[in-house]
Every structure is written in C-alpha cells, then in structure tokens.
Design a protein around this ligand. Structure first.
Ligand SMILES: *Cc1c(COP(=O)(O)O)cnc(C)c1O
Length: 240
C-alpha cells in the first residue's frame, strides 16, 4: 500500500468513529434548542491535515470543507475539485491574497475589515461576479483575534453589505478558548444580536451565523449557530 493510501485509510477509519459522534452532538444540541434537525451545517476543518483527510471527509459524505490559509486551499481544491464540495476560507485573509482567495473559496468567513471588503468588491467587479462572504466580528474583543469591533460592527458591516459584488451572507465569530459557559454563551448571543440589529436596520445581510468549534459547538447551536466549524473532534489533534 502506498503511504497516501494508508493515510487515507487511517482518516476514513477515524471518521467512521468521530463523524457519527459529531453529528450526534449537533443533533442533540438542535433538539435541546427546539430547532429542526439539520438546521446547522457542519463545516469540516481540515486545516493542518493532508489532502487525504479531506478526501476521507468527502468519502464519508461531508460536503463542506474549511481551511484557514489560502495556500492550503490552493493545494487541496485542484486535487479534489469543486463538484459537490463547498470550500470555506475560515482564517484571516491578507488583502494582498484576496484575489487568490476569490479563485479557490466558495465562502470567505473571515472578512474582518472594510478595506478587505473594498478590495474584494473591486476584484469581484473586475471579474463580473459576486463574492459570498461572512463578516467576522471580534465579539469578545480579544487582542489576538481579528474581526470587526463589536461597537463599530453594525455600521461597518452595513457598509460592507452595500458594497457592489459583495454578498454578506451573515456573521462569523470565534469564542475565547475558555470553558466558562457564561462567557461562551454571551459571545455567541452577542453575535446573534448584532445580526438581528443589522437586519432590523435594513442592511442586506443574510441569516448565517458561523459559530461553534470542537469545544463549544453545543453552546453555539443553542445561541442560533447555522454553521459550526469543526476540526479536532473529526480529525484529531493537528499534526505540527
Ligand atoms: C481551527 C479552526 C476551527 C476548528 O477548530 P477545532 O477546535 O479544531 O474544532 C474553527 N474555526 C477557525 C476559524 C479555525 O481556525
């Protein structure tokens, strides 16, 4: 067996165990919140893992794959194609890489400044297309995380949503890496309320809330997440 085949077999065996557990966690959280089953999309985050992990994910029936670097998408997308896959760019995007992201990502979760949005708008216009994005908000105001400041987010995301060629489908956040449920709930509820205010104010922003990862997805689903981004619980710890 080649190394590649062995790797893929290993990821398939892993997913046979982990995917049912992750799906059960999501379904349990949907039920507990009184939300319909299937209302939360599972984005499988293969960042840090080789292309075999993504292949195994597709073979297991996953359709949404997430990466945090443009380079990783540029490696995996040509190998796996775009049929039946939605590719999510979830990591910080530098403006100078915006054109490259446009080529490989189906949804950019991490538009974190108006300037990046303006760049994407211009590039979309040049290509005669529309870029689907989410606006990332740094709800918990962590110095280590990017995102719109929550105080400015209503105005700035409204401006983002009015740029030509930029289709803001909703909002994204990352919660602090803590176990305190109150902090996590407050962060996710804060994002949901920002989205409500934007939409009530008439901004053309879609209903998506990308929030929840391996350690906090139940709380995110309870607070209205429509998309959870899960890596570790599916693929194990990331190889260094
Ligand atoms: C790595 C990453 C995830 C997945 O995190 P896990 O804890 O491994 O589930 C989700 N979202 C973003 C933005 C990430 O960078």
């Amino acid at each position: 067996m080649t190394t590649e085949t062995a790797l893929r077999t290993r990821y398939e065996a892993l997913l046979a165990e982990t995917l049912p557990r992750v799906r059960a966690r999501i379904a349990g959280a949907e039920a507990a919140a009184g939300r319909p089953e299937g209302s939360v999309r599972l984005v499988a985050v293969t960042k840090g893992h080789p292309v075999e992990a993504a292949q195994a994910a597709l073979a297991a029936g996953l359709t949404d794959l997430g990466e945090n670097r443009v380079e990783a998408l540029e490696t995996k997308v040509p190998l796996l194609g775009r049929d039946g896959v939605t590719w999510h760019m979830i990591g910080h995007l530098q403006r100078r890489k915006a054109a490259r992201a446009l080529e490989v990502a189906d949804l950019i979760h991490s538009v974190d400044t108006l300037r990046l949005g303006e760049r994407l708008s211009r590039l979309a216009g040049e290509r005669g297309r529309t870029v689907p994005v989410l606006a990332q908000v740094n709800v918990a105001r962590e110095a280590t995380k990017s995102g719109f400041d929550p105080d400015a987010a209503v105005d700035e995301v409204a401006a983002l949503s009015r740029l030509p060629g930029v289709d803001v489908r909703g909002l994204m956040t990352m919660a602090p890496l803590v176990d305190d449920e109150a902090v996590l709930s407050a962060t996710f509820a804060g994002l949901r309320r920002l989205l409500e205010r934007l939409r009530e104010g008439g901004a053309p922003v879609g209903p998506e809330l990308s929030m929840g990862m391996t350690h906090d997805l139940e709380i995110a689903v309870r607070e209205g997440s429509t998309m959870v981004r899960v890596g570790t619980a599916l693929f194990g710890p990331r190889p260094e």
